[in-house]
Design a protein around this ligand. Structure first.
Ligand code: DGY
Length: 320
């Protein structure tokens, strides 16, 4: 019997072909809905490898009965859905998809910033709803981006790639990170700031930090209060980094000017969530890395990592 691999979402046949040559592969049948938990637990019990989405919880409950499991390849750079400690105890290698998605994610993050600042979604709705009667001096006037200050919270590869884009817009770049980034300071002129300094001085606060116990709930009422009233808050990292009630309040009361959000506390977000009723919010369904080329690149990387581990080689991108 060939070792069994389970893939938790329907992926293109061409992508999984290399796995099928050596292993017995099954996939969840749907592309747009997650695998039911029961089925995932059942499949995990006999799987040698899992190819998972960021919406699948790979926790103790799953790992404790996954006695054949050797590798979990997560189709995301973030891996907060995986209990790394439990995986380590069980001797399971965890892999993610860094690098291949850096520029695509940075493009979308910057697009979100621009969309929020220049009111692009509102303007699109305005014209399609037949509201455009005349050119007017302040029609849908937004905020400038060029020559403003961007504050990046979480200066990993994606943060640096966003900073690179900001430099092209002649922006001042501040960043806050666990460690200093000499490369970004030298090549992009990025300046390190404490979180409070960054919040107080930035016109755009962009969150790109991973979700960890240190970053969970980092943005509360107080942090929004510290921001400028004209500032925009952009989150392309993870929803639980932000207290959504505090954010909603800050947006409603004019404590901050607007927000661009690719991620939410609970995904998919309830369409009746108060955040979605605000005109100064641009909301996206967690698509930062979603270009066809990049998603295929991420899938191929997951496949490569699984093949490497099952063939007792070093995977390309193992989570440390
Ligand atoms: C990731 O890979 O972690 C991103 O959130 C996907 O868009």
């Amino acid at each position: 019997m060939k070792p069994f691999i389970y893939i938790t979402r329907k992926l293109p046949q061409a992508v999984i072909e290399p796995l099928k040559q050596e292993f017995y592969v099954e996939m969840w049948e749907k592309e747009d809905a997650p695998v039911p938990r029961d089925l995932l637990l059942q499949k995990s019990q006999k799987a040698f490898a899992l190819l998972t989405m960021l919406s699948d919880k790979v926790n103790e409950e799953l790992l404790e009965k996954a006695d054949s499991l050797k590798v979990v390849a997560n189709l995301a750079v973030g891996y907060d859905n995986i209990d790394l400690e439990a995986a380590k105890q069980k001797g399971v290698v965890v892999c993610n998809t860094p690098d291949v998605l850096t520029d695509t994610t940075a493009d979308l993050t910057f697009a979100l910033l621009m969309t929020a600042a220049r009111r692009i979604v509102e303007a699109d709705r305005y014209i399609k709803e037949g509201q455009w009667n005349s050119w007017s001096p302040f029609l849908l006037a937004g905020a400038d981006i060029h020559h403003k200050t961007i504050g990046i919270v979480g200066m990993g590869n994606i943060g640096e790639a966003v900073a690179k884009r900001a430099k092209g817009f002649d922006m001042e770049i501040l960043y806050h990170n666990r460690s200093r980034k000499p490369h970004a300071e030298e090549t992009l002129g990025a300046a390190y700031a404490s979180l409070d300094e960054l919040l107080a001085q930035s016109d755009f606060v962009v969150v790109l930090a991973p979700l960890t116990p240190e970053t969970e709930g980092l943005f509360q009422k107080e942090q929004f209060h510290t921001m400028k009233k004209t500032a925009f808050f952009i989150n392309a990292a993870r929803g639980p980094i932000v207290d959504e009630e505090a954010l909603t309040e800050a947006l409603k009361t004019g404590e901050i000017a607007g927000a661009g959000l690719d991620v939410f506390m609970k995904e998919p977000i309830d369409p009746d969530h108060p955040l979605l009723s605000l005109d100064n919010v641009v909301a996206l369904p967690h698509i930062a890395s979603s270009s066809t080329e990049t998603r295929l690149g991420m899938m191929n990387l997951c496949v490569e990592n699984i093949l490497a581990v099952l063939n007792e080689d070093k995977p390309k991108t193992q989570v440390k």
